[in-house]
Design a protein around this ligand. Structure first.
Ligand SMILES: N[C@@H](CCC(=O)N[C@@H](CS)C(=O)NCC(=O)O)C(=O)O
Length: 251
């Protein structure tokens, strides 16, 4: 039996939801409302001691870390193949999933936190907010929540994150000039990882991801949106605002 604990189909949750759906696997979807801090509840922290989503439970075994969850799914359910058999092509796929985890995602995440957390928590009193923070198991996540709640990331850090996100998009645009998919001629976990980051970007980062500047990324985004597994993934969300609407104008 497969169970996935996840938030809305976005970022790391989207990455593992999409992988399961690409494989056509039946799984129990446990939706956690990150706006209600459900990922920090004592019940969920028993599942994932980091208090973050996603987490996969397979026959009782807990598997965490979205990229490693996807590799695990690929190991246990190899069809349809999302990881190339050829060692060089496999390295290429892993190059991209590592790039997303170590470079693209952390930068994009800080920009998202700076934008999204304050409106989410400003209705709370200081005591209520502190009570929520005390439930977060990781000290570094507590610090991130505190900084984001005040929109207090230093300007130099935000500028650097913006630069890294733009570099990431340029790199993916260049890769798509060579091949139809990010890591080569075949659709792989590299596309899954990149899409998990880029799904909402035509809306939230329209200035750097648009038909004039990045036509290949936009065409790839449309190919992704046309995949039945992407549709199935969005069907598991609660808030329709998370579903990209194709060629979008900025908000
Ligand atoms: N390295 C982890 C990161 C997981 C992560 O950052 N999850 C985010 C959602 S995309 C989360 O749970 N955020 C809420 C929080 O940290 O409180 C992975 O790839 O699974």
């Amino acid at each position: 039996m497969l169970e996935l604990y996840h938030g809305e189909p976005a970022a790391n949750s989207l990455k593992s939801m999409l992988c399961l759906n690409e494989k056509g696997l039946d799984f129990v979807s446990h939706f956690l409302d990150l706006h209600e801090f459900e990922q920090h509840s004592p019940e969920y922290v028993k599942v994932n001691p980091n208090g973050q989503v996603p987490a996969l439970v397979h026959d009782g075994a807990v598997i965490t870390e979205s990229t490693l969850i996807n590799e695990y799914i690929e190991d246990v359910f190899p069809e349809p193949r999302l990881r190339p058999a050829d060692p060089l092509a496999r390295w290429q796929m892993r190059y991209w999933t590592k790039f997303v985890d170590e470079y693209f995602c952390p930068a994009l995440s800080i920009l998202g936190w700076q934008r999204m957390i304050k409106p989410m928590v400003e209705h709370l009193t200081e005591d209520e907010f502190e009570e929520k923070i005390q439930r977060i198991p990781l000290k570094e996540q507590q610090d991130k929540w505190r900084t984001a709640a005040k929109q207090a990331f230093p300007k130099e850090q935000l500028d650097d994150c913006q630069r890294k996100v733009e570099t990431s998009i340029r790199k993916i645009e260049a890769a798509l000039a060579e091949n139809e998919w990010v890591a080569g001629p075949d659709y792989t976990l590299a596309d899954v990882s990149c899409f998990a980051m880029m799904a909402g970007m035509p809306r939230f980062h329209h200035a750097i991801l648009n038909e004039d500047l990045t036509p290949r990324c936009i065409a790839w985004h449309e190919r992704m949106m046309a995949r039945p597994a992407v549709e199935a993934t969005y069907a598991l969300g609660r808030n329709p605002a998370f579903r990209p609407a194709g060629k979008q104008a900025p908000d």
